[in-house]
Design a protein around this ligand. Structure first.
Ligand SMILES: C[S@@+](CC[C@H](N)C(=O)[O-])C[C@H]1O[C@@H](n2cnc3c(N)ncnc32)[C@H](O)[C@@H]1O
Length: 388
């Protein structure tokens, strides 16, 4: 049978015009599949608060501006922004200062489902209410909110306008799959594979180079936008191994059942080998060392804290012995973050076929999958040091 799957038109589209987590509130949506990220964020909240304790209090005359970069469309971003603003308000009070007004920008790529996010946003607290009332009223927000679409690898805000940047589980997304990885004539061509996990040295170097250049662009942009007293708290996927071909939890998510499911489609004649090889997941789980090197070379930020934190499993299952539930949890987890890219590459129908194979394969290996899949996160607390 002739390979199908060439029915798709958007393969060459720029990643930043395409990438988003699965929107809406459906079964495979990010809003419905981000409980693991929520759990990991909560387990790191003491690190966030520690970072906030080092943030300089600014004059109450101008608003205190918080940005969440890579906010996506679930409620995690709302939880974290709320936690930041409550903590900072308490700090102003404890210091005996008048609290400024707070403003929060939720930022992500233009294809992010901002509508779903805004529907989750609690109403603004009553104008007449005091800050204490706002803090007491958990179902209200005590900050002005707005969305900012665009890539965090470029400028998003006016110069010297932001007090605090936060970003969780986003900076491991590269700005693009490195060109050489998709170039048949290059030694870095990732033939037969859809992720860096287990790839050859040339592919790995291309991914690493892309990550370093992206992170450097990110820092450069933020260094222009940040007020002189500004800080950043960043969390993204990291790895324990020095060897980038071992991508840890991300390797298990995108390099095992997901990889095998692509191979199934090829073997069953549903897509060509080239179609598979033209797809690669633009994710890089960095080591602490890679991360540190970029911050130090870029030079705008001092490191208050930089460490690897064990986040735990990305899968949330109620019945760990239920193989079908484990299979579905892995497929949905994978689909909520990579489904939009897969749909764009092979179309909705074949994407459905692919993820049903991921689900079946993960169900067959439910026990090992649950035992082995662990996410580690790089946690970085940075202060702005160089006003340019
Ligand atoms: C896994 S979600 C994280 C969502 C949220 N921060 C949380 O804690 O649940 C990663 C987000 O990063 C966004 N992202 C990836 N690359 C980006 C870029 N270059 N610029 C802005 N956002 C980006 C994705 O669109 C996605 O919404």
């Amino acid at each position: 049978m002739a390979p199908k799957g060439d029915n798709v038109v958007v393969s060459n589209m720029k990643l930043e015009n395409l990438l988003s987590m699965k929107g809406g509130k459906g079964e495979a949506s990010y809003a419905n599949n981000s409980q693991a990220q929520a759990r990991h964020a909560r387990s790191m909240i003491h690190l966030l608060k520690e970072a906030l304790d080092a943030v300089q209090l600014s004059s109450p005359e101008s608003p205190f501006v918080v940005v969440d970069l890579g906010c996506s469309s679930g409620s995690n971003t709302i939880f974290v922004v709320d936690a930041i603003i409550k903590h900072m308000t308490k700090r102003y009070e404890a210091a005996g200062y008048e609290s400024p007004e707070f403003s929060a920008f939720f930022s992500d790529l233009p294809s992010n489902d901002f509508n779903t996010l805004f529907q989750l946003l609690p109403p603004l607290a009553n104008d007449g209410g005091s800050m204490e009332e706002c803090l007491a009223a958990d179902n209200h927000r005590s900050y002005f909110a707005a969305a900012v679409p665009g890539s965090f690898y470029r400028r998003l805000f006016p110069a010297r306008s932001i007090n605090l940047f936060h970003s969780a589980f986003s900076l491991h997304w590269l700005s693009q799959v490195p060109e050489s990885v998709l170039d048949k004539t290059s030694a870095a061509y990732n033939e037969g594979m859809v992720f860096i996990h287990g790839a050859n040295e040339h592919t790995t170097n291309a991914y690493k180079k892309q990550f370093k250049s992206d992170l450097s662009s990110f820092l450069r942009s933020r260094s222009k936008e940040m007020k002189k007293c500004g800080s950043m708290f960043l969390v993204c996927l990291g790895r324990t191994s020095q060897d980038p071909t071992d991508q840890g939890g991300a390797g298990l998510l995108f390099g095992t059942h997901f990889q095998d499911a692509w191979d199934d489609l090829v073997q069953e004649g549903l897509i060509s080998k080239e179609k598979r090889d033209n797809f690669n997941i633009p994710v890089y789980a960095s080591s602490v060392q890679d991360f540190r090197e970029v911050i130090e070379a870029e030079g705008s930020f001092g490191i208050n804290k930089l460490e690897l934190f064990k986040g735990g499993s990305p899968l949330v299952v109620n019945h760990p012995d239920d193989e079908a539930e484990v299979g579905l949890a892995l497929a949905n987890s994978c689909r909520s973050v990579a489904g939009v890219l897969v749909d764009a590459h092979i179309g909705d129908h074949l994407s459905e076929e692919l993820f049903s194979r991921v689900e079946r394969r993960a169900a067959c290996h439910a026990k090992e999958t649950l035992e082995q899949i662990q996410f580690f996160h790089i946690v970085a607390s940075l202060s702005f040091t160089a006003a340019t």
